[in-house]
Design a protein around this ligand. Structure first.
Ligand code: HEM
Length: 198
């Protein structure tokens, strides 16, 4: 009983806090202005990692449901993440954009670097571009206006995930690459599983 009450209180807390985090999210750009070049680079790399983790969190509720784990081990994860999924998606884009500004745009502009397009950055740019429509439509008004099309549009997320995987794996083998690799394999597996279970 106590566990259930505790669970409900965390859930309510997250639901209430998430919109404020979205309103405060422009603050994530401030360190880009305040930090020196080294600090900015470190911060931007962290922003990329935060973006990746937030992206993974947006996928978990549906994935857990497709595997049929929503009544068992997956129940608390769904209960906490599903109500704030839109906010997580918005925050994901904000951090990914901070990452892009801090690691590519600002150094190029401030130090007059010539523009280069290595493959891993092309993957990153594809991921960022594909998450833009989702960022723009993750509000109540768009959900109502787009109706069924909203779900279809948000399916683009899977392609964005593959692009993030390509981006991070080409940067190097890291824990981030392992996390996104495993999650995307499970995500695609869940889609195949759900298709054949019908
Ligand atoms: C959804 C979009 C993106 C996500 C989630 C993302 C995520 C990441 C992550 C997790 C890392 C590794 C961080 C670390 O090693 O600490 C990284 C590295 C990097 N990303 Fe991104 N990224 C995205 C888009 C972009 C874009 C659009 C660009 C530039 C065109 C870019 C440029 C870089 C660079 C330059 C690095 C560092 C490479 C190195 O260490 O040599 N990223 N990104």
């Amino acid at each position: 009983m106590n566990v259930i009450l505790y669970q409900h209180s965390i859930q309510n807390h997250m639901k209430k806090t998430a919109p404020y985090l979205v309103y405060l999210s422009p603050l994530a750009f401030v360190p880009l202005v305040l930090l020196g070049p080294l600090g900015r680079e470190q911060y931007s790399l962290w922003a990329g990692t935060i973006g990746l983790v937030l992206y993974v969190l947006t996928l978990l509720p549906s994935m857990i449901r497709r595997y049929g784990l929503h009544t068992g081990v997956g129940k608390p994860i769904i209960a906490n993440l599903l109500p704030i999924r839109r906010e997580l998606g918005i925050l994901m884009f904000v951090f990914a954009f901070v990452h892009y500004l801090g690691i590519k745009i600002l150094p190029t502009v401030l130090f007059g670097l010539s523009l280069t397009f290595p493959l891993y950055q092309i993957f990153g740019a594809v991921a960022l571009t594909l998450t833009l429509p989702m960022f723009l439509t993750s509000n109540t008004w768009s959900t109502r206006m787009l109706k069924g099309a909203w779900k279809k549009l948000h399916r683009v997320t899977y392609v964005a995930g593959l692009a993030i995987f390509g981006h991070v794996v080409l940067v190097g083998i890291s824990w981030q690459a392992v996390v996104i690799g495993v999650v995307m394999a499970l995500e695609l597996g869940s889609l195949v599983y759900a298709h054949f279970k019908k």
